[in-house]
Each structure stands twice: as C-alpha cells, then as structure tokens.
Design a binder for this molecule. Structure first.
Ligand code: ZN
Length: 251
C-alpha cells in the first residue's frame, strides 16, 4: 500500500494543495499525518477540511501547535510571534474544527512495521529529534522497525546500526530526493518527511514523503508552491511579519 506522509502543515493551504496535486499523480491509498496541522499559517479550518476530503483512511496524531490552539498547553514558553499566531488560530478555529483536533491521538500509533508520532516516541508532543544521540536514545521507546516523526521541520533519516561486537551507533542520513529509497535491512530507522507548510532547512519548498508499506520504500519529495499567496493571507490576517518572512527562506 502507498501511504501519503504529511507533517507540520501549519495551516498553509497553498503548500498543502501543491503537495496533494503531486501526491495524487504518484498515487496513494492512505494518509498518515504527523501533527501540527494548524498554527502559524492563515488557513487552519481549510487545511483540516482538505485533509478530511482525502480519499482513503486518514490517521493523524496531535502536535504541540494543535494542542496550543486547543488551549491544552501553556504558551508561556512560545516566542512572542508564535504566541500571537496561537491566539489568532484559537479565534479562527470553528467549533467543528476544534472538535476534530481534540480527537487527534496524543500517543504514538503503531501501524504494522511503522510507528507514527509528532515529536518523538519518548515524548510525543514535545521532544525534538535534532541529533543522532537524541535519536539513539529514542529507539528503545518504540518496538517497530521504523518510526516516523515530524516537529523539527527538517527532512532526515536516523539509522541505528548494530556494529559487530560493539555498541549500537546512530547515524543521520540526508534523504535522497525523488527516488524510492529501500528501508529494508538490518537497521532500524527514524524518518522525518520534513514540513509541508513551514520548512526550516533553508529550502522554502514544501516537503513530504510517500511510503510503500509492501516493499518498505520511502520517496522524499520537495515542491515549489505559491509562497506569496500564503504570505498575502497572513498579512491580511495581521499575523507577525517575522513568520511571514521566514516562509521565503525556509527557516
Ligand atoms: Zn511544527
């Protein structure tokens, strides 16, 4: 089965539409969404609607921004711009869309050989897997061969290699774009598809992945989208200028 893997859409409808157009050409039967559907961007309700209209089953976990929009966590630690975006999102969400967000899973979901979560299997909502050592300590917190995470907005693959007679070592691999990568082998992996709506790896293009669960293949994609369209809506909504500007640079 081919699965569409989306993470960190952040209410950016233009980016989501570009990704869906591309994914529909490639074909997929299910969608797994790794959280942060809302927050930062101008179209929280529209992005939720668009996800719900997708063909096939949709499985989704909650992210920290989804929880912040629901008032489930304190936003004191957020920087002032992020806090402003959360407050705006809270006002903008309709009751119906709030209910949908409230039903998102707050624990990792196991799907065959895959576990899906937002931050990390250890701390699903909050932990950023930013280094091989953080990744390494997370491998004992899930039991499937593969775990899919989002939250950092950076596409990457962490591989836990069992070196002969020595300690386990974890390495970070940069995913190759536009080519199916074989996951099968002796290694367990943590995979991040990058962010649809607010990439932070200095590449402003929308990022996502297609997973083939029959053959354990991972296809990582980057796509241009009309960034200025999202930025114009953000400006109209009075969202902070720094959040508008960052989309142009992918940080
Ligand atoms: Zn996020």
């Amino acid at each position: 089965m081919r699965v569409l893997i989306l993470s960190d859409i952040h209410a950016n409808l233009a980016a989501l539409e570009a990704v869906l157009d591309d994914a529909q050409e490639l074909g997929f039967e299910e969608t797994w969404c790794l959280g942060d559907i809302v927050g930062y961007g101008p179209d929280p309700n529209e992005c939720i609607d668009r996800l719900r209209q997708l063909p096939g089953k949709l499985l989704a976990v909650a992210g920290n921004h989804d929880w912040a929009a629901l008032g489930r966590l304190s936003i004191e630690d957020f920087n002032p711009e992020a806090r402003r975006a959360v407050e705006w999102t809270r006002e903008k969400l309709t009751p119906r869309h709030r209910v949908w967000l409230e039903e998102l899973a707050d624990q990792p979901i196991e799907l065959g050989r895959y576990t899906i979560t937002h931050g990390s299997p250890r701390y699903p909502i909050w932990e950023y897997i930013l280094t091989p050592s953080i990744a390494q300590s997370n491998f004992e917190h899930f039991s499937t061969p593969y775990c899919l995470v989002g939250h950092t907005h950076v596409p990457i693959i962490y591989r836990l290699a069992e070196d002969q007679g020595s300690d386990r070592r974890c390495r970070a691999l940069l995913p190759v774009q536009d080519r199916f990568i074989e996951l099968k082998g002796a290694h367990r992996l943590i995979l991040n598809p990058g962010s649809v709506g607010q990439p932070r790896d200095s590449d402003p293009r929308a990022s996502y992945a297609i997973l083939d669960t029959d053959q354990d293949l991972w296809l990582y994609r980057r796509l241009p989208y009309p960034i200025e369209l999202t930025q114009a809506k953000m400006r109209e909504a009075g969202l902070p200028e720094r959040l508008i500007a960052r989309l142009s640079y992918g940080w």
